[in-house]
Design a protein around this ligand. Structure first.
Ligand code: NDP
Length: 315
């Protein structure tokens, strides 16, 4: 028999969206309970320096910012817990959520802030430099600035890769784009823009064999043409991966409207999902902006929407 707990506001996920929702919900006396999930602090904990979040003129590290957001949420008595939500049942007016297969929570409102995970190639060398914060990144807008005046590599051929390659081209002396097929997946307009940019070199039919580096970080990549098998080394200090994101929404798919990639579809201009009382914030519903500040903004919206929903029930 699992233990059942009743809560007013359950927040799933602990990135900027979840913590901002918690700050607003706690200050509105909704006594939020927040479950951190597998990666407490979310994607930002894999980011070194955050320089584009307003309020930090000197910048802040991703982990430090998450510690501060958590402290701010706890200051207003958010109940922050570790635990992994494994199942939900949104069939009735009370939303049932199971944590770690054992604990059952009945929530009047649920705010989903489970985020998305960037996809990586999975190479050992790539993961090594990602872990040490030494030049591997999945976000050009976040990290491109650190490579200004330097050479970078970007992997991918979709709209994100094209957008990020173009972004990097304005900061870097040269951007080498590695495309595994002989064509882009991106829309023609985005691909054409990249093709027309002088300091972007596109290598089609090209796979990454290894990310190269030293004790300080990335120095380049060994790549192979998958038609000719010819290998070459490309010098670069930044290795960007833009091969897509996976929203962390699998457990909601039986209840919520998702798009074809799995992003939760919210009612435009709100955080409302198709289930009354269930709200979404952050990257779980956003494949376009994906920034800490936009996630925080939608976290605020979700808490306000949840508060108004509860008020409407009370009549
Ligand atoms: P996509 O899934 O569209 O593209 C992923 C790209 O990564 C593909 O080109 C794919 O190659 C490549 N890829 C996947 N795995 C590997 C691998 N192991 N090695 C090398 N390459 C790999 O993801 P995006 O993030 O680009 O876009 C997601 C959605 O967001 C899309 O619908 C897109 O249109 C949209 N978007 C729109 C923007 C805009 O309109 N401004 C901006 C950004 C995104 P392959 O083609 O060979 O399969």
């Amino acid at each position: 028999m699992s233990e059942i707990e009743r809560v007013k506001c359950l927040i799933i996920g602990s990135g900027p969206a979840g913590y901002t929702a918690a700050i607003y919900a706690a200050r509105a006396n909704m006594a939020p309970v927040l479950y951190e999930g597998m990666q407490p602090g979310g994607q930002l904990t894999t980011t070194n320096e955050v320089e584009n979040f307003p309020g930090y003129p000197e910048g802040v590290t991703g982990p430090e910012m998450m510690v501060q957001l958590r402290a701010q949420a706890e200051r207003f008595n958010t109940d922050v817990r570790s635990g992994w939500v494994t199942k939900v049942d949104f069939s009735g007016p009370i939303h049932k959520v199971w944590v770690d297969e054992t604990k059952e929570i009945h929530a009047e409102t649920v705010i989903i802030s489970t985020g998305a995970s960037a996809k990586y190639l999975g190479l050992e060398s790539e993961q090594h430099y990602l872990k040490i914060g030494g030049g591997v990144s999945a976000c050009a807008v976040c990290d491109g600035f650190f490579y200004r005046g330097q050479e970078t590599i970007i992997v991918g051929a979709g709209d994100s890769a094209c957008e990020e390659a173009h972004y990097l081209s304005k900061l870097c002396t040269k951007v080498t784009m590695l495309v595994r097929k002989d064509e882009f997946r991106a829309s023609k307009i985005m691909a054409d823009r990249v093709k027309k940019t002088e300091n972007i070199e596109i290598l089609f039919n090209t796979d990454t064999v290894e990310v190269l580096g030293d004790a300080h970080g990335v120095t380049g990549a060994k790549v192979r043409n998958n038609v000719t098998n010819e290998e070459q080394i490309i010098p670069a200090t930044g290795f960007f991966v833009a091969i897509g994101h996976k929203p962390n929404t699998d457990i909601f798919k039986d209840w919520l409207e998702l798009d074809e990639t799995g992003y939760i579809i919210n009612k435009p201009g709100t955080s409302k999902t198709n289930i009354p009382g269930v709200f979404v914030s952050g990257d779980a519903a956003d494949h376009v902006y994906r920034q800490a500040i936009t996630a925080a903004g939608t976290g605020c919206m979700a808490a306000l929407d949840a508060e108004r929903y509860l008020a409407s029930l009370e009549g």
